[in-house]
Design a protein around this ligand. Structure first.
Ligand code: KG4
Ligand code: ZN
Length: 341
C-alpha cells in the first residue's frame, strides 16, 4: 500500500509518500523562503500562487523518487488546516482532482496532528521508540512548536489528541521570527538565531513567562524585552558583538520555558514519553535539552520531518485510515486546532 501526502498550509509545497508500514519512500519539499524573505515574512497571496506553480512538479518528483507510478497510489491525504486559506485551497483542490482521476480515496489531515505523527514515520534516522507502542494504555505528552502554534497536547489514543495548553500570544516560532527581525537577521528567524547564538556562551538573562497554574505559554513579553535591550544598546560601538549574546539569551529563555513546562505536564499526566514536534523542534539546543535532561523517553522527528513536509501528512493519513477516522467530504479549515477534525 502507498499513501501520498500533500502539504501546502503555509510556505512549503510538499508531497511525501509512505508505504503501509510507515516507511518514508520520498519527501519532496519546495520551499518559498527565498521569495518571502524579500518581504521579511510570508505574504499569503504570493504563497498561494507559488503553490500553484510548484505542486504538480513536486508531486511528480515525489513519485519518481519513491520509484512508483500514479497507479500504485492507493490513498491520498492532504492538509486541510490550520494554515493560510488560499494556500490550503491549492493543496486540497489538487488532492481532490488527483483522487477523482485515479479513482481512489482522499481525506483530510490536521496539520498539527501531522507534526505529531511525523514521529512514527520510519527513515534511517527516525526509529519508532518503545513508548510509542504504549498508546492506548498510557498517554504521550506532545509539544508542537511551529511558526503559528505552541501547543501542549496529550495523545491518548490514535486519533484522540487532546489540547491542554497553548500560547496566549506569539507562537514560539513566531517569536524566533520576530526577534530575528528586531536583531536584523533574515527570515525564517529560527535557524538564523540558532546560528548567531552559537558564536557565544554569554547570557544577558531575559525574563520567562511561566503562566503559573496553567499549561499555557506566552512569548510576547520576551520579544518586548529583547526590543528594549536593542533600543538601549543599539547606538553603542560594540552593538554587533552584543547581537549574539541577545540571540543566545532569547533562545535560552524559550528553551527553558518549553522544556520545564512540558516535563511538568508529562510527569503530572503520568505519560509514557514525550514527543517534540514542529518546525521549532529543529532547534538544536531545544533538542539537546530534551534528549539529555528529560526524565522520560523522548522522540523528536529527524530535521526534515520537523519543518512542514508531505511525509508527515502521508503518515498521519495512514494512521487515520487504519483507525477509519476520516471522511471524504471536507473543506479547508484555516483555524483548526490540534486534535480537531
Ligand atoms: O512547522 P513549521 O515548518 O511551519 C509552521 O507550521 O508554522 O515551523 C516554522 C517555524 C518558523 O517560525 C521557523 O523560524 C521555525 O519553525 N524554525 C526554527 C528552526 N528551524 C525552523 N526555530 C528555531 N530553531 C530552528 N533551527
Ligand atoms: Zn507546521
Amino acid at each position: 500500500m502507498f499513501v501520498l501526502g500533500i502539504e501546502s498550509s503555509c510556505d512549503e509545497t510538499s508531497v511525501g509518500i509512505v508505504d503501509g508500514e510507515g516507511n518514508v519512500l520520498s519527501n519532496i519539499i519546495s520551499s518559498q523562503i527565498d521569495v518571502h524573505s524579500l518581504y521579511g515574512g510570508i505574504v499569503p497571496e504570493v504563497a498561494s500562487r507559488q503553490h500553484i506553480n510548484h505542486i504538480q512538479k513536486v508531486c511528480r518528483s515525489a513519485l519518481k523518487s519513491a520509484s512508483i507510478n500514479w497507479s500504485d497510489v492507493e490513498l491520498i491525504s492532504v492538509t486541510n488546516g490550520p494554515g493560510l486559506a488560499g494556500s490550503l485551497l491549492v493543496g486540497v483542490n489538487f488532492a481532490k482532482g488527483l483522487a477523482a482521476n485515479l479513482n481512489i480515496p482522499v481525506f483530510p489531515v490536521n496539520h498539527m496532528d501531522g507534526h505529531i505523527y511525523a514521529a512514527w514515520a520510519k527513515t534511517d534516522k527516525n526509529k519508532l521508540l518503545d513508548f510509542q507502542s504504549s498508546v492506548g494504555e498510557k498517554n504521550i505528552t506532545c509539544l508542537v512548536v511551529s511558526g503559528g502554534h505552541t501547543d501542549l497536547a496529550l495523545l491518548k489514543n490514535y486519533g484522540e489528541i487532546k489540547l491542554i495548553g497553548e500560547t496566549k500570544d506569539d507562537a514560539a516560532g513566531e517569536a524566533f521570527d520576530k526577534v530575528a527581525r528586531i536583531l536584523g537577521l533574515r527570515y525564517p528567524g529560527g535557524p538564523e538565531i540558532q546560528k548567531v547564538a552559537e558564536k557565544t556562551e554569554e547570557i544577558d538573562k531575559l525574563p520567562r513567562a511561566w503562566m503559573k497554574g496553567t499549561d499555557n505559554f506566552s512569548f510576547s513579553g520576551l520579544k518586548t524585552a529583547v526590543m528594549n535591550k536593542v533600543k538601549k544598546y543599539k547606538n553603542e560601538k560594540n552593538f554587533s558583538s552584543y547581537v549574539p549574546i541577545l540571540a543566545n539569551s532569547f533562545q535560552e529563555s524559550v528553551v527553558d520555558v518549553l522544556f520545564k513546562k512540558t516535563i511538568n505536564v508529562a510527569l503530572r499526566e503520568n505519560s509514557s514519553g514525550i514527543i517534540l514536534a514542529g518546525g521549532v523542534a529543529a532547534n538544536l539546543p531545544l533538542r539537546n535539552q530534551f534528549l539529555q535532561n528529560s526524565p522520560l523517553p523522548v522522540a523528536i522527528p529527524e530535521f526534515q520531518l520537523c519543518t512542514d513536509n508531505g511525509a508527515m501528512i502521508a503518515m498521519a493519513g495512514l494512521i487515520n485510515y487504519k483507525i477509519k477516522n476520516y471522511s471524504e467530504d471536507f473543506d479547508v479549515k484555516p483555524n483548526l486546532r490540534v486534535g480537531e477534525s
